[in-house]
Design a protein around this ligand. Structure first.
Ligand code: COA
Length: 174
């Protein structure tokens, strides 16, 4: 479990499914992510079991529930995910729109990359974002990742921006 000033990051459990459904069924949240919108709360339960908890078991980490402490509410996810198709570890985040532009992604991501390099001893962390997703591209750069290529990501025919931070450049001089 990680703590920041305004948030706690902890593993998802199945009882979080209403919160996962809330952000997973919001079209604004999915606008640039390519995620299919959830139609049924059962799909949120499946994501918790088959993706979040499966990643914790397989790799020891995964996307975490982000609890916004002032409201004691799960507002989305943030965390690292191993991408077997690229053999890379990706930092990612999704929050409910009413919590955007308050610096929450920046705050939690700084703690997540610290955990990635100092605790997990990762060599490199990447971030992938639709170039039109200006907020996400901005956060990745604010926390020290640098653009390195524009490429396909999920076969949707679009090019995504790839950012990276190597262990030797951590902590970044920002
Ligand atoms: C992307 C996301 C996680 C960012 O979270 P956040 O908590 O709002 O991020 P922060 O407040 O820490 O930083 C956002 C930065 O982007 C900037 N920004 C946001 N929208 C912008 C826009 N349309 N144009 C330019 N800058 C923008 C903000 O001004 C801020 O920069 P600043 O601190 O220099 O002012 C959030 O918007 C989200 O959940 N989006 C939906 C899911 C998603 O797209 N996830 C990323 C997938 S790659």
């Amino acid at each position: 479990m990680l703590q920041t000033k305004r948030t706690s990051l902890r593993p998802f459990t199945i009882t979080d499914y209403p919160a996962v459904f809330e952000f997973g069924s919001n079209p604004e949240v999915a606008k640039y992510t390519g995620d299919a919108l959830l139609q049924d709360p059962q799909e949120a339960k499946d994501i918790i079991t088959n993706i979040f908890e499966s990643d914790y078991k397989k790799y020891g980490y995964g996307r975490w529930a982000t609890v916004y402490k002032p409201d004691n509410k799960v507002i989305g996810f943030a965390g690292l995910k191993y991408l077997p198709e690229f053999d890379e570890v990706d930092i990612g985040f999704r929050f409910l729109p009413q919590y955007w532009n308050k610096g929450i992604a920046t705050e939690v991501s700084l703690e997540i990359i610290k955990y990635g390099f100092e605790t997990l001893k990762l060599q490199r962390i990447i971030g992938i974002a639709d170039p039109l997703n200006l907020g996400s591209c901005k956060v990745l750069q604010k926390i020290g990742l640098q653009f390195y290529k524009s490429d396909d990501y999920n076969g949707d025919g679009k090019n995504y921006n790839y950012y990276q931070l190597q262990k030797e450049n951590y902590p970044p001089k920002v």
